[in-house]
Design a protein around this ligand. Structure first.
Ligand SMILES: [Zn+2]
Length: 266
């Protein structure tokens, strides 16, 4: 059994074949998916998906409630209260995706920081873990996380692609690290491949970030280039190539860690 901790299932590219995507995931032993909420509307959309497929796929879908840094400029007190309400839904197992992205800068730094702080406070208030994103902003993100260090619930840096220094700083704060198919990319993943064995096995989780980041180690690349949760085993292959443990050990450990981290009922 595997758990994909980052799936953008509300993405329009999945619209007409969600049932097939879930069946394919099951066939690949990917039995639990955490759907990523990236705005109030998308959080509502992933909650609706959890509700809609609950009978057909029991205990398979869970979700996060959050506002992505790209959307942070829209974050105001109405967003805050809407998120607080959505976070009460039984399918919501984490707060986020939130964080800082100084790479593409779709929202100003100030608005990103304000949105992040609001969501950290929500996670503390509702005692749910944090699902964090970060690009080119590790020092600022670390500074903010440190100010909440004593109250900070469990937190994961999803789709980690940063430097060794950033990795060690996040681990020093006792954070968890999510690894995607980025590790399977022989070009842009080469830095990550060199440092992935520094992550303690009990701090590691795996994700596809589908429909993005298709694992480039797939023997037959699908023509539509659409990533899906069924391809999570390729991410594990990619990690195992650069660590001492076997694929099975990584699969077992990352599943146990995700069950604990998101407090998923067995
Ligand atoms: Zn992200």
């Amino acid at each position: 059994m595997l758990i994909d901790i980052g799936v953008n299932l509300s993405n329009p590219r999945f619209k007409d074949n969600i049932e097939q995507v879930l069946l394919d995931a099951q066939a690949a032993q990917v039995n639990r998916l955490i759907l990523t909420g990236t705005s109030v509307a998308e959080t509502q959309a992933v909650i609706d998906l959890c509700d809609k497929y609950q009978t057909r796929f029991p205990k398979m879908l869970f979700a996060t409630a959050g506002v992505h840094p790209h959307e942070a400029s829209t974050f105001d007190h109405l967003t805050n209260s809407a998120l607080r309400e959505l976070s009460q839904h039984p399918s919501i197992v984490a707060i986020g995706e939130t964080g800082l992205d100084f790479n593409r800068m779709f929202s100003s730094k100030t608005s990103q920081e304000r949105a992040l702080e609001n969501q950290i406070e929500l996670a503390i208030d509702c005692q749910k873990p944090l699902f964090l994103h970060e690009r080119d902003a590790s020092q600022r993100q670390l500074d903010i996380l440190k100010t909440y260090r004593n109250d900070l619930p469990r937190a994961v840096i999803h789709c980690f692609t940063g430097s060794k220094k950033a990795l060690f700083s996040y681990l020093d704060l006792d954070l968890y690290i999510g690894i995607t198919g980025w590790i399977c990319d022989e070009r842009r993943g080469s830095d990550l491949q060199k440092i992935v064995d520094n992550i303690p096995l009990n701090r590691l989780m795996v994700e596809t970030d589908a429909p993005y980041l298709i694992p480039r180690n797939m023997p037959d690349m699908p023509k539509n280039k659409l990533n899906q949760p069924a391809y999570l085993p390729y991410v594990i292959d990619g990690i195992a190539n650069h660590r001492d443990e076997t694929k099975d050990m990584i699969a077992t450990a990352t599943t146990a860690t995700a069950e604990y981290f998101f407090n998923l009922k067995k």
